[in-house]
Ligand binder design. Sequence first.
Ligand code: FMN
Length: 303
Amino acid sequence: MSQVDLRTCFAGLSLKNPVMTASGTFAARESGEFYDLSRLGAVITKGVAAKPWPGNPTPRIAETYGGMLNAVGLQNPGAEAYIESELSYLAQYDVPVIANLAGHSVEEYVAVTECLNETSVAMFELNISCPNVKEGGIGFGTDPRMAAQVTEAVKRAAKKPVMVKLTPNVTDITAIARAVEDAGADAISLINTLLGMRIDLKTKRPLLANGTGGLSGPAIKPVAVRMVYQVRRAVKLPILGLGGICTGEDAAEFLLAGADAVAVGTAALVNPTAPVDVVEELAAFMAREGYADVAALKAAFVG
Ligand SMILES: Cc1cc2nc3c(=O)[nH]c(=O)nc-3n(C[C@H](O)[C@H](O)[C@H](O)COP(=O)(O)O)c2cc1C
């Protein structure tokens, strides 16, 4: 089979292919220097709040086997600067933009939703799963009632579809997934980073100024695939799968596990063209294996 059809419908969005960038690992201008952003299924931008946030003290990044730890703390320039800089730059590309939303409280999540309602953003991704902010963030993502509460409030305010991003730092991921589905979410993305820590053997202190940080990269891929598999069996919503995807074959694993689309994160920090490489490699894998489209690949899962 020479040609495969990668076109995908994801929560009402028509995508050229099922590959997106993962929030926080993609900066539009920098990536735009390396490849044509219109080749992606969609771009998910870094977490943005209504007002600017300073982020955590440095050092905020540490390497680990098969991945990295980060404790950036959702540093962002606020919605106004995001609209003027990131969104206006992305307007030249034929690619849907998904805005990742950050907040310390339900009111702050609603405030940033309202700031971005009248923009070109195609979908919101509600980050209730960041391990690096003291209030909000992961608090919402680990408690089904709070996850439902913030989802409901943002859905009420939003004029675009709302995808909710789950944290893996829970005992039962399906309980949170069901809660956000019942609260009206249009899609689910998973996973965010796993809480981790490293210690500097010279100073005997944590390597990150924040103490702990979020583990990402290939090391977390089996955890992410397992959670996508579990959530697929618990909810009907479209699923965006991510966590450690570096190649088209990694992406195929997530699609087989039940994801409808995938995102490439840490791999793009090592190789800036990783997201478009994954598009090409996924197409090559499907052609080699004889799958004409994404639905045919997904249907091949035997689990
Ligand atoms: C430096 C860095 C910054 C991140 N910032 C965000 C963010 O702003 N919002 C968010 O929802 N996830 C954020 N993430 C999590 C990623 O989007 C992704 O869920 C996670 O890293 C797992 O995917 P990966 O292993 O492919 O990186 C960040 C990850 C990294 C490494």
